[in-house]
Design a protein around this ligand. Sequence first.
Ligand code: AMP
Ligand code: ZN
Length: 494
Amino acid sequence: MPLRLFNTLSAKIEDFRPLQNNEVRMYTCGPTVYDYGHIGNFRTFIAVDILRRYLRQSGYKLRHVMNITDVDDKIIRNSAQAGVGVQQYTAKYEKAFLEDAAALNIEQPQLVRATEHIDEMADFIAHLVEKGFAYRTEDGSYYFRIAKFPAYGKLSKKDFAGMEDGARVDVDEYEKDNARDFALWKAPKPGEASWQSKIGPGRPASHIECSVMSMHELGESFDLHAGGEDLIFPHHENEIAQSESATGKPFAHFWFHARFLLVEGEKMSKSLGNFHTLRDLVLKGHKPSSIRYLLASVPYRNQLNFTDDGLQQATASVERLRNFQGRLMTGKFSEGLNPGIAKLAGETSDRIRAAFDDDLNTAQAQGAIFDMVRAANAAIDSGAIQKADAFALLTTLNQFDEIFAVLKDDDAPKMQRIADWAKAEGREKNITPELQNLLKSNELSDEQVNQKIEQMKAARAAKKFADSDAIRAELTAQGILIEQTKEGVRWRRK
Ligand code: AMP
Ligand code: ZN
């Protein structure tokens, strides 16, 4: 079975196959770097990351490009307010975005920046003018003439029939020929950043950059174009109009859109107080792995409601998976194989693949892995697991984690980095006791913990229980949880 994906353009679930050979060429609309990324942004970028990881796991080669929008109205306004240049202003937020994405184990695509492709954008606009698809207004701005592109609306399914050129409805200050015509290039305004170019001074408008950079990197027709659902209109509709008018060829084959995130049942907004950046949540003591797991838990086309409860559950799920992995890796199993367990591992692997093939059904993949964990934990308890079984179960767990990427226990250093950032930014008061406690567990190295545990075991063997209890209490205070299992003493960080 091939991967089946919903294509916004056809409004259908289709078999996905690359246009050329075995290589998938994919473009994601990246962040506008004028502020710290919020969890809605990361819901979309994680959805794309899951797609990306699954394409690779399915054996495709991947060329994945993402833009960093480092020039737009908000950036120009904010940087002017802050009294710094556009580049200085965006560099800080671009760095923060990349750090946050890395904390969430989002693999980094090849990055392209709008400000590094201004000349190509000017060339592209000149080409559209030559072909009659664009025109210049008196002030030196350029617009796309949508009446020349009858397919306008095909992505968003909006009907623009009857929108005749020259129907001067609500014409704004730039004297557009048609109210729907959209900007390709904006003439400079006093005090605003602008560039010299062959079509005159100014700056690119918001849709042109993605058309130009995606085709520059991936070719005129490529496989996948991705972003959040708010981008369908006008951003992606406009990208299609510009690109297909310029080349006369289909632009992206598949359009992938992630549904908008809700927070505690409401739209995320600053005024509702439910607006969370990744950094806010980490300062409250939430682990990046829990956040990633929750954001990945609902299939990308379904509405995900981000709640505190959901976050607690995600934390527990990740912990269960890590414990299960620990049991398999450290357990002492006898040589041999139990056919029932091999079958369980194999069937679970098939179920996970089938779930992803079904338009990336992450919820079903998670359901499959937990069915396996439940059955396999019971088998470990009853001594039914042998060495080859442990290996088979770990292989399936690994297949799952190649996509979900939550098993590696590296939350603490990531959280430490964000705590350090808060201190450097004078936001120390936002570091909660929850985060402080979690970070304490990071002060001891693995080796130091192992040494203390050996001392504790030795004290216990010598029946010096007061000593062994004291060591245990010391470790607990540092956030190290100790468990007595059949396979011996195990520990983990809180
Ligand atoms: P921006 O930085 O505003 O350009 O957005 C970056 C990406 O995040 C785009 O793909 C948006 O569609 C997406 N996005 C913004 N807000 C949300 C949200 N609440 N839920 C899901 N995706 C979002
Ligand atoms: Zn874009």
